[in-house]
Design a protein. Structure first.
Length: 264
């Protein structure tokens, strides 16, 4: 493996094909500070380029919060409005990089995911959450609007659910969001590690080549007009079937054995 990046706010741990990225400021409820976002981008970039990593798990330290969003003190200080505006674009870049990661991202939601932290959870592919976790966009209550994370919310949830969340600023439970399909599994705190590991391990068994092609296609086609999406996905079927792993998968099916994927 290549040398890991030096990080201050994020822990990066590797266990076989699974990388765990932990937001590591529990005393502050793991806020999306500039240094936290920079560390996340560096960690995801390393994992993307490391061939031995097949799955990323994203979580927060402690048991209070996955991520409570941005620190409101970031709206003050000596920086100009223009400097703050450009600085916040790093969050948009992080969301784009997660969408283009090429590998599954499992959100291990160990506590509250609020504001930008809720957006970070929505940027994951699958979510395993403790039953005590709360989700929401409370920005309206302090005179702010969750602008950038709307791009994620509107692609994950029904329109009126998003409008209720951003307009009222109320907190939602993990069970409520499971009903709307955002959260995949809701478990007791003592079951969180086992449930997350089960999902991550199953993902790690799949072909990394097919996973990348399929995941990339999923996010690429989501905003396309229907006919254009079908044409694009038709081309991707050919790409998938031309891979070595696809051939191995078909042979294994007919030979009634487990496929041995090579990531090619």
């Amino acid at each position: 493996m290549a040398d890991r990046p030096r990080l201050t706010d994020v822990l990066l741990e590797i266990d076989g094909p699974i990388a765990t990225l932990t937001l590591n400021r529990p005393e502050q409820r793991n806020p999306l500070s500039a240094s936290m976002i920079a560390d996340l981008r560096a960690a995801f970039a390393w994992c993307k380029n490391e061939p031995e990593v097949a799955v990323a798990v994203l979580t927060g330290a402690g048991d209070r919060a996955f991520c409570a969003g941005a620190d409101l003190s970031s709206f003050a200080g000596e920086q100009s409005v223009l400097e703050l505006h450009h600085g916040r674009h790093a969050l948009a870049e992080l969301f784009l990089e997660m969408a283009e990661f090429g590998k599954p991202i499992v959100g291990r939601i160990n506590g509250h995911a609020l504001a930008g932290g809720f957006g970070l959870a929505c940027a994951c592919d699958l979510l395993v959450a403790v039953e005590t976790a709360g989700f929401g966009t409370p920005e309206i209550n302090v005179g702010v609007w969750p602008m950038m994370i709307q791009a994620l919310l509107c692609r994950k949830l029904p329109r009126n659910v998003v409008l209720e969340m951003v307009m009222l600023g109320d907190r939602w439970t993990a069970d409520q969001l499971r009903e709307y399909g955002l959260v995949n599994r809701v478990v007791a705190p003592v079951q969180l590690d086992d449930a997350t590991n089960e999902v991550a391990a199953k993902l790690a068994e799949k072909s990394t080549a097919i996973m990348r092609l399929g995941r990339d296609a999923f996010y690429h086609q989501q905003d396309m007009e229907f006919k254009a999406a079908l044409e694009y996905l038709h081309s991707q079927v050919t790409m998938v079937t031309l891979t070595e792993d696809s051939g191995e998968g078909r042979r294994a099916f007919f030979e009634k054995r487990k496929p041995e994927f090579k990531g090619r």
